[in-house]
Design a protein around this ligand. Structure first.
Ligand code: AMP
Length: 279
């Protein structure tokens, strides 16, 4: 079985040994409840790095809603079994006190790309992400870090973070893995009822249709409004946002000569789903 490391000292010792032998280290940060999306990141890292560490840490600082944190699924044994199929060299699954010991006072705070959309809907979320990612990079001594495009804004935040703080980690963005019906895989999907799971793929279908309409010359606003209506008609309780943004800065963009991204967040069955696609 894959070794499960609980301490920063343990992870550092392992990583130092690898690096002393001239090996490259890839880190795949996750919050566990692993699925094929996470495994695709680990497999990519496996193909590009000599050593791979997957971290499993449900980071309390990136939850703005205590209920969401409490309900977050945890399944370490099943996660370890899945990671053994990749395989990875180590799992880093520290307790909260190891990551945030008494006296912890330092935070990474970001403006710009971290402010709109998820940053606006979930105050403090990206500061929590930026802080823990900075720490995980420092703990693992990784050469590369692997992140999913599923969380597009998070990926842009991490790319900006390593540039701004001169963190010597190459950030690799990986394709979103979807179920055959188009629903982006997410640990949150398991909280959907059968009926909600049946309707959830409408999120991806609706933004895909809107993106196609925009490419065909339809007005951005009209296409987005139609997508929101389609989702409400399919039973989404709430469409938080559907936005066409500059793919890198996440600022509003009506400049089709720059890469743009359509991003959406919506609630179905009391579960908040997000997705995004290139336009
Ligand atoms: P999480 O455990 O949800 O924090 O996700 C850990 C990493 O896996 C993040 O970089 C996510 O973007 C990535 N990820 C989650 N779901 C998917 C997916 N369906 N496809 C690709 N990457 C994903």
């Amino acid at each position: 079985m894959t070794p499960i490391i609980r301490t920063v000292a343990g992870l550092r010792a392992l990583s130092r040994g690898w690096k002393a032998a001239g090996e490259t280290v890839g880190v795949v940060p996750t919050m566990g409840a692993l699925h094929e999306g996470h495994l695709s990141l680990a497999r990519r890292a496996r193909g590009e790095c000599d050593r791979v560490v997957t971290t499993i840490f449900v980071n309390p600082r990136q939850f703005n809603n205590p209920e969401d944190l409490k309900k977050y699924p945890r399944s370490e044994d099943a996660d370890a079994a899945l990671l053994a199929t990749v395989p990875v060299d180590a799992i880093f699954a520290p307790p909260v006190e190891e990551v945030y010991p008494d006296g912890f006072i330092t935070n990474v705070t970001m403006q710009g790309v971290a402010q709109p959309l998820e940053g606006y809907m979930r105050p403090g979320h990206f500061d929590g992400v930026a802080t823990v990612v900075t720490k995980l990079f420092g703990m693992s001594l990784a050469d590369r870090g692997y992140f999913g495009q599923k969380d597009w804004q998070q990926l842009q935040v991490v790319l900006r973070l390593v540039r701004d703080l001169n963190v010597p980690v190459e950030v690799v963005g990986c394709e979103t893995i979807r179920d055959p019906d188009g629903l982006a895989m997410s640990s949150r999907n398991m909280r959907l009822t059968a009926a909600g799971r049946g309707r959830a793929p409408v999120l991806y279908a609706a933004i895909t249709a809107a993106a196609n309409d925009i490419r065909a010359g339809h007005a951005d606003r009209m296409a987005i409004r139609e997508a929101a209506e389609t989702m409400r008609a399919a039973g989404f309780e709430r469409v938080e946002y559907i936005e066409l943004r500059d793919a890198e800065t996440l600022m509003p963009s009506d400049d089709p000569s720059r890469p743009r991204r359509m991003l959406a967040a919506a609630w179905i069955d009391g579960v908040r789903l997000i997705d995004n696609i290139p336009v």
